[in-house]
Design a protein around this ligand. Structure first.
Ligand code: NAP
Length: 261
């Protein structure tokens, strides 16, 4: 599905990362990959994943820094010339923002950081990559239901994801005339490093599986397969969309299994 496509994957922190599920699926489907990692500390974690998949290009890129983004695409230009896709699988808010009542814990600084790293960085990567993006390139980001519905402790990340989804639509409108598509996957909750930063994540997972039509959570492999499709030419008519990979949770208002009361 992705033969002859060169794709940059961001946001692999370890083997549990959603971006790892995406990398595995894209590699299986013929893509040539490069990995971007935030800092030296992460290199040790992603090197074995890269070696396993035969990924040779590993680039340090902190999306909070414009210079770092510039250097990333300059290196990719030297190595590949052009780029057919970017997976933006990055989100961050300070931990004190993700624990407690929204009104009480949200600060101006927390708000700014969450929106900068979790939403603006997608625009920044698109801007930086534009000179080397090929005609049919596809950009993809990862979002969560907290963008449209409130839930405990997700707090300012919900606002940042709402921004990210609007970002997806505006980038799609802006880049569509060049043939570049921009989409998002709204994934159900998955136990990753970022997710464990949200207080009571385990009980959220349990409630989730109870209400989702499939009666379970989703896996990084399932998200990876949809990412492969959305970045392939099979999805050539899809842009500006938020695709849910959540076992149907967002479509269900209540579990059909009667409670024990
Ligand atoms: P993860 O494995 O912790 O991945 C998050 C990644 O973001 C990490 O690699 C992290 O690097 C990176 N990152 C944070 N700040 C960065 C920066 N300034 N520059 C570059 N990279 C940075 O968690 P994940 O769950 O797979 O998250 C991936 C995406 O999926 C996020 O956007 C998340 O919001 C979204 N998502 C997750 C779930 C879920 O339940 N897990 C559900 C829906 C959507 P460090 O480790 O160095 O910080």
């Amino acid at each position: 599905m992705l033969n002859n496509k060169k794709i940059l994957i961001t946001g692999i922190a370890n083997k549990f990362s959603i971006a790892n599920g995406i990398a595995q699926s894209m590699s299986k489907n013929g893509a040539e990959l490069a990995f971007a990692y935030q800092n030296e500390r992460l290199l040790k974690k992603i090197k074995p994943i890269a070696d396993d998949l035969g990924v040779k290009t590993l680039i340090e890129c902190d999306v909070a820094c414009d210079k770092s983004i510039e250097q990333t695409f300059s290196q990719l230009k030297d190595e590949w010339g052009t780029l057919d896709g970017i997976v933006h699988s990055i989100g961050f808010a300070p931990s004190d923002q993700l624990d407690g009542d929204f009104t009480e814990v949200t600060t101006r600084e927390g708000f700014q950081i969450a929106h900068d790293i979790s939403s603006y960085s997608f625009t920044a990567l698109a801007k930086g990559a534009l000179p080397i993006l090929s005609d049919k390139a596809a950009l993809l980001t990862l979002t969560y239901l907290g963008s449209i519905q409130s839930l405990p402790n997700y707090n300012v990340m919900g606002l940042a994801k709402a921004s990210l989804e609007a970002n997806t639509r505006f980038l799609a409108a802006s880049l569509g005339k060049k043939g570049i598509r921009v989409n998002a996957i709204s994934a159900g909750p998955i136990k990753t490093l970022a997710a464990s930063g949200v207080k009571n994540f385990r009980s959220m997972l349990k409630e989730y599986a109870d209400r989702a039509p499939l009666g379970r959570a989703v896996t990084i492999e399932e998200v990876g397969n949809v990412a492969t499709f959305l970045c392939s030419d099979l999805a050539s008519g899809i842009t500006g969309e938020i695709t849910y990979v959540d076992a149907g949770f967002n479509t269900s208002a209540m579990s059909l299994i009667p409670s024990k009361e």
